[in-house]
Design a protein around this ligand. Structure first.
Ligand code: COA
Length: 165
């Protein structure tokens, strides 16, 4: 998925970081989730994609700051592994470390669920996300050719990455 205009911003204060909360994504959150999804991606997930993912096979969490949705992530359980399918920070809040915080939460939860590996795919052109994942410790494993739609009937490769938990 292609990110829309990343912006360099100052880091939130510790007091702000201490006020954020995570809560499981529910159907009631979908309006706010879809609004961010549509701003953040050139090829956003649909409401149906999210609706189908709110079930026990998935871990879907929303990151909130006093009633404002900062971001969300969604991962699918496998045997001793977790597959990160979507992680998104609202454009207005990107570059403040929230993705890192959500990856921490996902890693903890995955370990608790017995996973030993985290897997993900990312568009080859999504340098920002690649940077965030590599900085977090993910390693590039392979390239999945022509994995994503890329407009005007074109396709884009996916970089497959994994993290040992
Ligand atoms: C990718 C995304 C989740 C990262 O969230 P975030 O909260 O902004 O990330 P963080 O603040 O934790 O980290 C930002 C890092 O990216 C770096 N960065 C910013 N713009 C960059 C760019 N164009 N290229 C490479 N790195 C970039 C920042 O310098 C920072 O790195 P640092 O920690 O080494 O200083 C967020 O930008 C996003 O939602 N993008 C749109 C959706 C998306 O692409 N999701 C991932 C799909 S696989």
């Amino acid at each position: 998925m292609t990110p829309v205009q990343p912006a360099a911003r100052t880091q939130p204060s510790e007091a702000t970081r201490n006020r954020v909360t995570l809560s499981p994504m529910t159907q009631d959150d979908l309006d706010a989730v879809i609004a961010i999804e549509q701003m953040a991606y050139s090829h956003p997930w649909t409401r149906g994609n999210f609706r189908d993912s709110i079930n026990p096979l998935f871990e879907a969490q929303c990151l909130w700051l006093e009633g404002e949705l900062l971001g969300y992530f969604l991962a699918m359980r496998g045997f001793e592994e977790m597959h990160l399918l979507n992680i998104t920070v609202a454009p207005a809040h990107q570059g403040q470390g929230w993705a890192h915080m959500m990856l921490d939460a996902l890693s903890l939860w995955s370990r608790h669920a017995g996973a030993q590996w985290l897997w993900l795919e990312v568009r080859q052109s999504n340098q920002r996300a690649l940077h965030v994942y590599e900085r977090y410790g993910f390693k590039q494993v392979s390239i999945r050719k022509d994995y994503y739609p890329a407009g005007r009937q074109q396709r884009e490769h996916a970089v497959v990455m994994s993290l040992k938990l």
